[in-house]
Design a protein around this ligand. Structure first.
Ligand code: NAP
Length: 257
């Protein structure tokens, strides 16, 4: 039997280490037959990302800090030369200053707000613009990762919640722009998972305990739960799905109290 994603090529942005949601997604996409390329944001992570890429059939690895536009341009130029085209892109990138992820949202600085928006929300638009010419006419799929804190108040999520709201709106506008070119754009709203980024949010353990007690499935999700939804959205099984936010949160978002 042919694997679900055999013959397809994808780009995964946001692998920092083995706990990264992007890493679970990359493994699942690779396992389903997709040829992958990875990126790293700074020299600090290059070695570890290259080490992980070796487990994905020696996936090529490129630098891409989304705050450096020349690096983004070069990424897509090199992907075009080396891979020919792209079927899928996973955007799993977010950043906010640690001091903005505690206390009151009221105290958010303009600089902290801009930084969170630039890296966590605007970057999807920037990446989609670069990727689109490589994805046209191939049932392309762009997937990003968001969180319930973009729709509801989650204590300490603060400036990142506002960035996720912009990210989710961007998904809808990009879906409309890119649909005529055969490219779907969706978000996965993941429940909390202990990762490097998540550890920056004050009170994260309390959130995990709350979800386990209250979510319909009475458990927290795993990175593999997210990877399953990502594989679906990158596959022909999701050929009619675009502009959506798909919840992978053990059902927590349906709860009122
Ligand atoms: P993670 O492993 O820390 O991944 C975050 C990634 O963003 C890292 O690879 C990081 O690279 C990258 N990044 C930060 N600034 C960047 C920049 N300027 N340019 C390019 N990349 C940059 O944490 P994660 O939890 O898997 O996060 C992945 C995504 O899932 C994020 O969008 C996050 O908001 C979302 N999400 C996470 C959860 C959760 O509970 N974990 C829940 C819902 C949604 P560096 O380490 O080099 O900075």
């Amino acid at each position: 039997m042919t694997a679900l994603l055999e013959g397809r090529t994808g780009l995964v942005l946001g692998v920092a280490n083995k706990r990264s949601l992007a890493w679970a997604c990359a493994r699942a996409l690779h396992g389903a037959g997709m040829r992958l390329a990875l990126t790293y944001a700074g020299e600090r992570l290059e070695r570890s990302v290259r080490g992980l890429a070796a487990d994905l059939g020696d996936a090529p690895v490129f630098p891409c800090d989304v705050t450096v536009p020349a690096q983004v341009d070069e990424l897509f130029a090199r992907l075009g030369d080396e891979l020919g085209g792209l079927d899928s892109v996973l955007h799993a990138i977010a950043f906010a200053k640690r001091e903005e992820l505690e206390g009151e949202y009221l105290q958010t600085s303009l600089e902290g707000w801009r930084l969170a928006q630039e890296i966590s929300a605007y970057s999807l638009t920037q990446i989609a613009r670069g990727a689109a010419p490589l994805m046209e006419g191939r049932d392309g799929s762009i997937v990003t990762l968001t969180y319930l804190g973009g729709e509801r108040v989650v204590p300490s999520y603060n400036v990142m919640g506002v960035a996720k709201a912009a990210l989710e709106a961007s998904v809808r506008y990009l879906a409309n722009d890119l649909g005529p070119r055969g490219i779907r754009v969706n978000a996965i709203s993941a429940g909390p998972v202990r990762t490097l980024s998540a550890s920056a949010v004050a009170g994260f353990n309390t959130i995990l305990d709350h979800i386990e007690a209250r979510a319909p499935l009475r458990r927290n999700i795993t990175a593999e739960d997210v990877a399953g939804a990502c594989t679906f959205l990158c596959s022909p099984l999701a050929s009619g799905v675009t502009g959506s936010t798909v919840y992978v949160d053990a059902g927590y978002h349906v709860m009122g109290v």
